[in-house]
Design a protein around this ligand. Structure first.
Ligand SMILES: Nc1ncnc2c1ncn2[C@@H]1O[C@H](COP(=O)(O)OP(=O)(O)O)[C@@H](O)[C@H]1O
Ligand SMILES: [Mg+2]
Length: 309
């Protein structure tokens, strides 16, 4: 996890319900404990949306402006609209003009019809936090953790600079995009982590997401294989039970199969990518955040058979 904490910006991505928010919150706490000045964020569409990420810090939602959530951890919602305003402000060099432009219905409709204006807002807001100078020349937000929304939005964000730079190679927008690229496309500064469950469809989708991230030249730090079930049976017990369960559709068959599927999908994941895979067990729901923190503390990638890196 040291490598993750040394980045400036880390994206957590994957399908809904896989554990992104819990992992983001647990890592924010761990990084703050190491003395990092952390900013936790999530991409939101509506400032009133309930946020499971914010719940981990005792709030219903993340604030629209940066606020302290816990010692060493600040939080803010990345809202397309706030970023768009900041962006227009820097282009028009006037807050009043920017507000007028963004507040104008016709202009807003025009802008949001563009292919990437939503992502542009998020991108620009993120860039503002990345740039923010702190005391003594160090960045104000040393480590920015982003709980990303659905996969499609993640790729729109990571792919944004290239798409827009092809359309607008010069000018203030291009300058902002290039500056953003110096963070996002630099493996020393940025990484995406994919969170996945040990199930068939999720693992297949994880491979697709990895290809997408590669296409957009986003550095991928690794994969969190979350909620891996413990198998309570030995090989012999399994063999004995297997025959029995095949003959009688019994209660518990699903649970029995789940561990088998998890083993198979874990192997498929390890074989399908050379990236580090970090395994997190199913932790139950009592004190999940603390349990997640303990599970991630000093976690190491799964060792691959045959020593392949
Ligand atoms: N390792 C785990 N063990 C047990 N439950 C987990 C684990 N990781 C996540 N969960 C549970 O799964 C659900 C989804 O987690 P969450 O972090 O909100 O996912 P996401 O942000 O990807 O939608 C929550 O109910 C959470 O408590
Ligand atoms: Mg979430």
């Amino acid at each position: 996890m040291k490598r993750l904490f040394d980045k400036r910006v880390v994206l957590f991505t994957g399908k809904g319900g896989v554990g992104r928010s819990t992992i983001t919150a647990a890592l924010a706490k761990a990084a703050a404990k190491e003395g990092k000045r952390v900013l936790v964020t999530e991409v939101g569409d509506d400032p009133n949306d309930y946020s499971p990420l914010a719940r981990h810090f005792g709030r219903d939602r993340l604030p629209l402006g940066v606020e302290e959530l816990a010692p060493g951890i600040r939080g803010v919602m990345l809202l397309a609209r706030s970023g768009q305003e900041a962006f227009m402000r820097s282009v028009l060099r006037s807050a009043t003009l920017a507000r007028a432009a963004i507040g104008n219905d016709a202009i807003r409709r025009l802008l949001s019809a563009g292919p990437s204006f939503r992502e542009m807002g998020v991108f620009f807001q993120l860039l503002t936090y990345l740039r923010e100078p702190g005391k003594g020349g160090a960045p104000e937000y040393e480590l920015i953790l982003i709980d990303m929304p659905a996969t499609g939005h993640t790729l729109s964000l990571t792919g944004l600079p290239q798409v827009l730079l092809n359309l607008l190679p010069r000018g203030p927008i291009a300058d902002a995009l290039r500056e953003g690229q110096t963070y996002l496309n630099d493996p020393a500064k940025a990484a995406a982590y994919v969170v996945v469950l040990p199930e068939t469809l999720p693992v297949t989708e994880c491979f697709e997401l990895l290809h997408g991230l590669e296409r957009t030249r986003m550095n991928v730090g690794g994969i969190f294989l979350n909620r891996v079930p413990q198998d309570p049976f030995t090989e012999e017990e399994r063999a004995a039970l297997e025959g029995l369960l095949k003959r009688t559709p019994a209660l518990g068959n699903n649970g029995f199969q789940r561990a088998v599927v998890a083993k198979r999908e874990r192997a498929r994941l390890l074989a399908g990518t050379p990236l580090p895979v970090f395994q997190i067990p199913d932790l139950g729901d009592q004190g999940l955040l603390e349990a997640m923190g303990r599970a991630l503390d000093g976690i190491r990638p799964i060792e691959r058979q045959g020593g392949a890196a």
